[in-house]
Ligand binder design. Structure first.
Ligand code: RM4
Ligand code: MN
Ligand code: MN
Length: 430
């Protein structure tokens, strides 16, 4: 193992300062939970077993179509991004996998890249293809679509790129291909809404045919952006129909921010699970119609309700239930490492609270049509401060009790700002 970016001594030194308070809080919570018949150690074990992948592209500062404000020391290539992801995992102990995006993360030697990640204790999660942007030297433009383009050669190029992503993913040890296309229109009448879906399905089937046996194809829907009038795979309905058309190995991926405001996403989770098509998540939060705010920063209750459905699903698994969990957000005003640590914490918090739900009481109240009791059962779990469980889990696994405090004390970003080249545009999403 190479040297990990943050010194273990620093972590334990910082933890020592926080230990006494944590022990007190943990003991109080343990007593409170045991009054409810819950064993805190069992919950802590479930929290320790839970993990979420981080997106390689999230390690850079993102931006909007108006501006991007890079920070000194931000990563500009996959090697530097891996180092930053290693910091996140070291301190959270909850993010052992990185989801790469191609061609952004292209390198000459993928087995070397895999080893580089392994040396940090990291693996690779779903590979993401990119046919929503044109790349230098690319023969065909995606300006009017990729998998759904009216031009056969453009569709073929997009298919080819996805197949290359599968090949790269195999070298990296991934087993999922996530496909999100920006295809859509800006004007009524611009394209035939039915035939563009036909073309998409036909091209997607060519990718599907190349999936290795143990691989899955995850289709990500998004209501709008970059197309503002219609998107080819705009919603979970289009997504599940496409997944059912393509076959068994095709599942739907829910990016929380890809819905209209106030949509009942937890119900979508339950629906997709009901039909064995829930493939994974991209976690983030949103306020208006955006898809890039930090997980749990706006609506942590919705995140809890999503996890409530996932815990239900775990108890009643349907065929192939094995969702992949990943953060997908853009960090425009924060240090991306801090944002992803804080997001991992929000995600684990929602999960732990969902684990605490008294399922028997909930199901009983549901059967009896006791709406208030059912709601209060969820509310009791939601109101519980689970942070001592998360902190204890991190500390016992070598992570930091105070993640952001420890990260700041390490001076990591300052050090990187001396070592790394500054780039005008940075490496996050623009
Ligand atoms: C999209 C979508 C995809 C991500 C790109 C960068 O909005 O969420 O998952 O790959 O952004
Ligand atoms: Mn996404
Ligand atoms: Mn998105």
């Amino acid at each position: 193992m190479t040297d990990l970016p943050i010194s273990a001594e620093l972590i334990s030194e910082q933890n020592d300062r926080a230990h006494e308070a944590l022990e007190e809080d943990y003991a109080a919570l343990s007593r409170k939970l045991s009054r409810r018949g819950i064993n805190i150690a069992a919950v802590q074990q479930q929290v320790s077993d839970f993990s979420v992948a981080v997106p390689s592209w999230g390690a850079g500062r993102g931006g909007t179509r108006f501006a991007k404000f890079p920070i000194p020391g931000e990563p500009t290539n996959i090697h530097e991004k891996l180092a930053d992801c290693a910091v996140i995992h070291q301190l959270t102990r909850a993010t052992p996998r990185v989801s790469p995006h191609f061609p952004w993360d292209k390198v000459a030697d993928y087995s070397a890249l895999r080893q580089e990640a392994e040396a940090y204790g990291l693996g690779f999660d779903a590979v993401n293809s990119n046919t929503f942007q044109d790349q230098p030297g690319q023969a065909k433009s995606y300006a009017t679509g990729s998998l759904s383009s009216t031009d056969a050669a453009t569709r073929a190029q997009a298919v080819e790129h996805n197949i290359e992503c599968i090949e790269i993913g195999q070298k990296l040890g991934a087993t999922d291909l996530t496909v999100w296309v920006g295809d859509g229109t800006n004007f009524p009448g611009q394209q035939d809404l039915g035939r563009s879906l036909d073309r998409y399905l036909e091209a997607a089937a060519e990718i599907y045919a190349e999936l290795p046996v143990d691989w899955r194809m995850l289709l990500e829907h998004k209501m709008f952006e970059p197309a503002f009038y219609s998107s080819v795979i705009s919603d979970w309905g289009s997504s599940i129909l496409a997944a059912q058309t393509l076959g068994e190995k095709c599942h739907c991926l829910i990016d929380l921010g890809h819905h209209a405001p106030n949509v009942n996403i937890e119900q979508i989770v339950a629906r997709l699970h009901r039909f064995g098509k829930l493939g994974g998540f991209h976690f983030n939060d949103s306020k208006y119609g955006d898809d890039d705010l930090d997980s749990g920063s706006i609506n942590p209750h919705q995140l809890f309700l999503v996890f409530n459905e996932l815990v239900e699903a775990e108890l009643h698994p349907r065929k192939g239930f094995n969702p992949s969990y990943m953060i997908d957000q853009s960090h425009n005003v924060t240090d991306p490492i801090e944002s992803m640590m804080s997001s991992a914490d929000a995600i684990l918090t929602a999960y732990a609270k969902a684990v605490l739900v008294d399922r028997e009481a909930l199901h009983g109240a549901q059967e009896a049509n006791d709406a208030m009791l059912a709601f209060q059962t969820l509310r009791d779990a939601y109101k519980t401060d689970v942070s001592p469980i998360l902190a204890a889990s991190r500390a016992e696994n070598g992570g930091a009790i105070d993640m952001i405090g420890t990260y700041r004390a390490s001076g990591y970003r300052d050090l990187k700002s001396q070592e790394r080249v500054a780039v005008e545009l940075g490496s996050g999403i623009v």
